[in-house]
Design a protein around this ligand. Structure first.
Ligand code: GN1
Ligand code: MG
Length: 369
């Protein structure tokens, strides 16, 4: 890490209620949005670690609201885990470390917002799922998360990114990006654009069901990528979920759908060999079992009816978000090669096709649990 960054992190680290001396920090490369560091401290001769994170303000326009949500949610989770007599509850839900004056974030001289979490030790996350057991754990972890938050007291959470999973608005944004063709890439993505536009007839299905009062708004995570699940090194069991910036009102389908997207294909999100990308039924079954077991206490039969469809919808919506960003010149998602967003889009669309082929069987499985 460059010296100026080391020095900047030194400064950041001194703002928080950490009773230790920073030894070193490393950039953590997971995630397309925020800037994350793992920092090691000496605390009375024992080594402890914390996460320091810079919030991406181009994406999260109101970081104070993000942090209000995160504090309410993490405190509620820990309170409930404690009440249940859970062991190691600071490994089961994130702990926000406040600044010396009690705020959940620090604003530096550049106007950047920084926050700090206790580092959860002896866990690991994966970019791709290797076993059905892992898919089961993901389903259980996010199902429990929703379930624990179902009775969050107080006002409605802030919408940290308004209309985040709003399929019709995402579709309109894609159309606008095609129209504008800002960086001249439209000609290079014709098959993808054609596929994306052809799906319009069904994209409003969940929005319509919600508007009709068939499915309710709940508190959801909204970014349930498999790499946001921390699995215990020793047992392989899910301990906690991270990346809480988009915890806000939503549909359970947004969470379940993104789990289908990220746990059922053997590949990474940006796999270039599309022949490897497909929805694997044993993974889906394990995922659905974990999720349905954990949500039994509140999930309605109307919500259950759309779970397989949710996989198709969210994979599609994230696919068109990658496509929109590709056509707009890669302004949102961090990219590591020129056509990275287009590759990501292709992978999502291949998976959408694979889900559509198996969707009836997927839903039959859900109905049978
Ligand atoms: C972003 O935080 P990260 O990089 O895992 C994005 C998600 C996408 C995901 C695709 C706030 O998540 O919506 O599904 O990339 N988060 C935001 O990998 O836009
Ligand atoms: Mg995220």
């Amino acid at each position: 890490m460059p010296l100026y960054r080391e020095q900047h992190l030194q400064e950041i680290s001194q703002q928080f209620r950490i009773y230790g001396q920073i030894l070193h920090a490393e950039l953590c490369k997971i995630g397309h949005i925020n800037e994350t560091y793992t920092a090691t401290y000496d605390q009375g001769g024992v080594t402890v670690r914390y996460i320091h994170q810079k919030i991406n303000q181009a994406v999260f326009r109101e970081p104070d609201k993000v942090m209000q949500n995160v504090v309410r949610v993490t405190e509620h989770l820990q309170r409930k885990l404690r009440a249940q007599g859970a062991r190691q509850y600071t490994r089961r839900a994130l702990t926000v470390v406040p600044t010396h004056d009690g705020k959940p974030y620090y604003v530096d001289g550049n106007g950047d917002y920084w926050r700090t979490f206790v580092f959860v030790e002896r866990v690991q996350s994966f970019e791709a799922v290797h076993t059905p057991q892992q898919a089961y754990e993901a389903g259980r972890a996010f199902g429990e998360f929703q379930s624990l938050l179902a009775d969050l007291p107080g006002d409605r959470l802030h919408e940290t990114i308004p209309d985040f999973h709003h399929a019709r608005k995402r579709f309109a944004a894609l159309k606008a990006a095609i129209e504008a063709d800002r960086v001249g890439r439209v000609a290079t993505a014709q098959p993808e654009i054609e596929f994306a536009l052809a799906q319009e007839p069904w994209i409003g299905t969940l929005l319509d069901a919600q508007a009709a009062g068939e499915i309710p708004e709940r508190i959801t995570h909204n970014d349930t990528k498999f790499n946001n699940v921390m699995l215990d090194w020793e047992t392989g069991r899910a301990l906690c979920v991270v990346d809480l910036d988009t915890v806000m009102p939503g549909l359970v389908h947004y969470d379940f759908g993104d789990m289908v997207r990220t746990t059922t294909s053997p590949t990474l999100e940006d796999e270039q060999d599309l022949s490897k990308v497909h929805m694997q039924m044993p993974m889906f079954e394990a995922l659905a079992r974990g999720y349905l077991e954990a949500t039994r206490g509140f999930l309605t039969s109307a919500e259950k009816k759309y779970l397989a469809f949710a996989g198709r919808l969210i994979t599609y919506v994230i696919g068109i978000r990658f496509l929109t960003d590709y056509l707009s010149g890669d302004v949102y998602f961090r990219v590591h090669r020129p056509a990275h967003n287009l590759d990501r889009c292709r992978t999502q669309f291949k998976l959408v096709r694979s889900i559509m082929e198996q969707e009836a069987a997927m839903q039959r499985f859900v109905d049978s649990v």
